[in-house]
Design a protein around this ligand. Sequence first.
Ligand code: NOJ
Length: 424
Amino acid sequence: MHDFGYDVADYEDVDPVFGTLEDFDQLVAAARERGLSVLMDVVPCHTSIEHPWFREHPDWYIWADEPNNWVAAFGGSAWTELNGRYYLHSFYPEQPDLDWRNPELVAAMQDALRFWVERGIAGYRVDAIDRLLKDAELRDDPPASDPFPLPLHEEAMKLAGTHSRNAPDIGAALAKIREAVGDHLLVGEVYLPSADWQPYLEHLDAAFAFELLHSPWDAERMRAAIEASTRRPGAAWVLSNHDFGRLATRFGAENARAAALMLLTLPGPAFLYQGDEIGLGDAPAGEPSIDRFGRDRFRHPMQWDASPTGGFTSGDPWLPAVDPEGTNVEAQRDDPRSTLSLVRDLLTVRRVLGEGLELLDAADGVVAYRRGEHVVAVNTTGEERSAPLGEEVVLETGPGALRDGTLAPHAGAITMGLQHSQKG
Ligand code: NOJ
């Protein structure tokens, strides 16, 4: 629990904090009964320092006699001294990096990957996959000439990261992951701009589109990120998560519904972070956090009802609920105007959207695209905007979202029947 689950001490068991393997099997079975699949998050890049491998197989990790200049993702040197040598950790010092150039380690990790596949999961979200393979000679990172296009710790921003991540032969390691899981789904947390996705998409099904996640709520920037990420198939869309916070806080509560509409109408898999389906915000800034990076604010549990723990548990939750009386599933379930109802409707409509995506010209502040016969338009501004809208309204973010052929402030809509000459 140095990085709350991202420091794995046993790849083939459930931490007792969360339950048992039998609980896990029940979860998979209960999901299956409801027509759902379970996707696991696998952390192949590093283990916990408490994993027995670190003691029993030190050669499965990356060591140097002297540290090079690599910087850890959370700041500081990526090397920590132990018994006169230094081990590499791309994240916290309690997360030593595994050596994917060691065939024994690769075989052990393949066993771990098969373990959960055999227990019935649909596939994996693969953590920090751009860090899986680094320069074999551990050469220093050169200074950065252009700023990295995604946010990084300020110390990491000064270096180009050329050798500490995304090694040119990454494909060989990814092929081993694919070999272990067969046809099961693999979505990579590839923390790179979409222009660098190609080697990852040769082996994985999709890569998270971080350029869009990190765009401000600004039509021009979002449009550019969508354009870049859809140049080839393979984007997995995500606008909020346990590292960067929920929609209502990231983009403002007034934009949370339009953000959900955009997320769920882009082509390819979409990841909706727990809580976003009811418009939950993050806990107030400045609350004490156990996570050294301050991410607890985004990680409080799902709120099912108005009780003090939000109905998440009858025990003590790891993190407190945030205003469960104000935002919970029970209050929204039967309200057709609730965010939960909108998200449900979006999940239905997204099944009939056409293949691919064509970005449309639109007024300043509006993102608009065609998905086959359907047209999606989102007004990112606080003012009414004209937008490309078809004659038939399929879904709107709320009552009054469309007024006389314009989009209300912060509104979004899916329509059909757009005339080709019509522009926003
Ligand atoms: C990315 C995960 O999303 C984040 O929560 C974690 O801290 C790092 N990878 C390290 O595993």
